[in-house]
Ligand binder design. Structure first.
Ligand code: BEZ
Ligand code: MG
Length: 565
């Protein structure tokens, strides 16, 4: 820290660092892998129950424990105070009481927990009864596990009871596991709740871009996944509609197939142009939703509005003034060829099978450039290969974005985030001749937060990869746990390759934690030398490709280690 900061600046900086630390501390992380057939362990169970108890669930007659505690203590606590503002003594007090109540619940049941809340905070027993009833049910279901039995029954071709697919925290009804996960009715997407939440998130996204760039992006590229839109009842879909400035309307059969234009006076901003890349799973599950998104773009393109207030119209008109047909100029929904899935960008990175970063973006377009639309004559176009159209659309993009929907899976846990969001961002960078601003949001808490990709990589690295609580949890799984650590490093590397979004210190700290610490190295080698070897190779590759330039001494040690395999 330099000496030039004045007092208020220094105080602001300290507060900012404090808030960052609390953000990392409070990040919910899985502390081990799910073992098929085995119920949750006590600590994991307590964490899950605490999260389940953090939300009002009127459908279960359950109130959020943090709210009940705040009310009983006479603390003014709006949603924002309880979910997003970390640096706050009242919030810390409330969290501490709730955590203790849940621990008491796990050890002694509802009565013990309710008694504690009554004595400690004055919460009335009848107010928290519904919440503890729900926790009792969830807890029993976490303890009993029928996965192996269900698998055996499935293999015998017997009936498996269905259950909804979601995150436990989002919908406790996903328990018990070991059932036949069913999806949603695509016509019910987006739900009214999803639309309300999407407005907030998309507005926050635009605010952030505006703050950083002083104007709105010429176009945005969105990644939409199937499972996420199942879990959130279509938040991603709703975000796209809200950015365009339209809302879904139910038809006579209560299906979301119609649209209503939100007047500019109500929107109070221009309509955004959005390019949507949907996964193969989304395409299969949400065919009518793709039609709705395509219809929305066509509708917005034909509105009689000033171009500076309607970016779709502006971009489409410019393309048509060139030599593009209206149908081509308005195509915005892309996916894989029918029957195909994925971008393969992850495999290319994993195999180190690329020379130039731009080839990763090109592969994304090759795999994802199939247009799904309906032309002016009403004919359905289902997966027309259109690399030029997609390239033109991406060439206008200045911001890329994906919504994270799950507590369990973040951007360094699986390779799919970098293959999609990273892949499209690299494709934009080549085609627009400028790197887009890359954002993620997580709709994990009641209030959504937009982060840049770089911020998200830092947060995930601190909360998971470099967090002893996370890696020790993984190491309990032996061979597989080391493979998970290596996976995280590979996925982190994927963000360097596709988006240059990884600070060099991250590679330094990974080296120090896992390879330069002799005791740790010995443990890892004992458990799984193959993953250690891959991890080491990946770090050296990160250096070779210019993503990280460690001290010569560190490099020598790593190279020496590599020579011993
Ligand atoms: C999806 O839900 O659409 C999806 C899941 C994993 C990887 C890619 C897409
Ligand atoms: Mg996979």
């Amino acid at each position: 820290m330099n000496g030039k900061l004045n007092r208020p600046e220094r105080d602001a900086r300290v507060t900012q660092i404090y808030e960052q630390l609390v953000e990392i501390e409070q990040r919910l992380i899985p502390t081990g892998l799910h073992v098929f057939g085995r119920g949750a362990e006590l600590e994991e169970k307590a964490d899950l129950l605490r999260m389940v108890a953090s939300f009002d669930r009127p459908e279960h007659g359950a109130r959020a424990l943090p709210k009940l505690v705040a009310e009983a203590l006479g603390i003014e606590a709006g949603d924002e105070m309880l979910t997003t503002s970390p640096a706050n003594e009242s919030r810390e007090l409330i969290d501490k009481i709730v955590a203790e109540a849940v621990t008491k619940f796990c050890k002694g049941g509802s009565e013990a927990a309710a008694n504690f809340l009554s004595t400690r905070a004055g919460v009335k027993a009848e107010d928290c009864a519904g919440t503890f009833e729900l926790l009792t049910k969830v807890s029993e279901q976490l303890d009993s596990n029928h996965e192996i039995e269900s698998l055996r029954r499935a293999l015998r071709g017997e009936y498996i009871e269905p259950g909804p697919g979601a995150d436990i925290v989002q919908n406790p009804l996903v328990l018990p596991t070991g059932r036949n996960t069913h999806a949603v009715n695509p016509y019910s997407v987006p739900s009214p709740t999803a639309f309300d939440r999407a407005k907030e998130t998309a507005d926050a996204l635009l605010r952030r871009y505006l703050d950083e760039h002083g104007r709105y992006p010429r176009a945005l590229a969105l990644v939409l996944w199937g499972l996420d839109n199942i879990k959130t009842q279509g938040e991603g879909v709703a975000q796209a509609l809200w950015l365009l400035g339209v809302k879904p309307v139910r038809d006579a059969l209560n299906r979301a197939t119609e649209l209503e234009v939100i007047p500019l006076a109500e929107l109070k901003r221009p309509r955004m142009d959005v390019v949507m890349t949907v996964s193969g799973i989304f395409r299969d599950l949400f065919t009518p939703t793709m039609a709705l998104l395509d219809k929305a773009v066509r509708l917005v393109a034909t509105l009689d509005e000033p171009r500076e207030m309607n970016y779709v119209r502006r971009n489409v008109s410019q393309a048509v003034e060139g030599d593009c047909s209206f149908d081509d100029a308005v195509t915005r929904v892309f996916s894989n060829a029918p029957g195909n899935y994925g971008t393969n960008v992850n495999f290319m990175v994993m195999q180190s099978a690329w020379e130039d970063e731009s080839s990763l973006g090109d592969l994304f377009v090759t795999r994802k450039c199939f247009a799904y639309t309906r032309d002016s004559k009403g004919r359905t176009v289902e997966g027309r290969e259109a690399p030029q159209l997609m390239g033109d659309a991406l060439g206008r993009v200045e911001a890329t974005y994906q919504n994270i929907d799950s507590f369990e899976v973040g951007i360094t846990d699986v390779d799919h985030y970098f293959e999609y969001l990273g892949g499209i961002s690299k494709a934009v960078e080549t085609r627009a001749q400028s790197r887009p601003a890359i954002y993620l949001s997580d709709s994990l808490s009641q209030q959504t937060k937009i982060r840049s990709l770089e911020e998200t990589v830092r947060l995930e690295t601190r909360a998971k990869t470099l967090n002893p609580k996370w890696y020790e949890g993984m190491l309990k799984h032996g061979f597989r746990g080391v493979a998970e650590i290596e996976n995280h490093v590979m996925n982190t590397f994927g963000w360097s390759a596709t988006a240059n979004a990884v600070d060099p210190w991250i590679y330094t700290e990974i080296s120090k934690t896992f390879l330069l610490d002799e005791q740790m190295l010995e443990r890892l080698l004992e458990l799984n030398q193959y993953s250690v070897q891959s991890l080491l190779k990946r770090l050296l590759e990160a250096h070779d490709r210019g993503y990280w330039n460690p001290d010569e001494e560190v490099l020598e040690t790593l190279r020496h280690l590599a020579s011993t395999f």
